[in-house]
Design a protein around this ligand. Sequence first.
Ligand SMILES: [Zn+2]
Length: 302
Amino acid sequence: MKTKMLLGLLSVIFVTIFTIGCSSRQASVESPDCSFSQDDGIFLYPTGEFQVFMMVESMREGNTGILVGADEELLSRYIPETGFQHTANAYFVKTPDHNILIDTGTGIDGIIADKIKKIGLEPEEIDTVLITHLHRDHFGGLVRDGATLFPNATVYLSYNEHEYFTEIQVNQDAVATLALYEGKIELFNPAQIDSVLEEILPGIKPIANYGHTPGHTVFLIEDNDEKLIIAGDFLHLALVQFAMPEISVTFDVDKEEAAAARRQLMNYAAQNNIPLGGMHIVYPGIVTVEAEGNGFKYTPLN
Ligand SMILES: [Zn+2]
């Protein structure tokens, strides 16, 4: 009997030490380790058995000057007079097989690394980094003090993105960063959204969303029939661009292509009832989408 109790106690200790104790929404409420709030800048969204954590790196006053071709009168419908916030996020996905970071933030003050620690992992435990595109606010956090912040990670990005920023419109910063991960870069070809999607890792399917950059990729996360798309920079100003997907931003490399990709992704999310996470969608950083008028309406998760 005593042995049984001891075994029971040991298994409790084992489970406490070796899992992040938030395997379901219910557990996240009960476990202090997993009850994150807006003050923490972390939002947990379980997807099947996967745990997806949205992590805010920075928040600042937003600016409509980034929008291209937005009519002032139309804008006033969507932008509150009191202004709005612009965010930069990264996402961490814990699966039974992998610790996956999707984008890294810019690398400001080790903020994302600290959030990973708060969730219960060390940066060394990240084995996979998925990069949506090679703009600094998405890959800059791969490096800290000139060294790899995720020394045990393989970095995945699309062929098109790699080619564009290392050979065509060369971004020296991206080239230098990727060189630190030499031998651990995996290039892939994301599928078109209306074709059969292929996994690059269990439960992770990349989808082409070209336009913002020539290889911009979004990732479908899928486990036990639950789905979520981490959608990178498919938009920058949710207040306006869900309602008017045709409005692009100054940093969209191909503005028309970006607008078409944005509408197509929103349509897919609305039709298939899949929530969207975005690197510039304010806390909680994940929304549901439905068609409305000529555009879409979004509702933040809670
Ligand atoms: Zn960005």
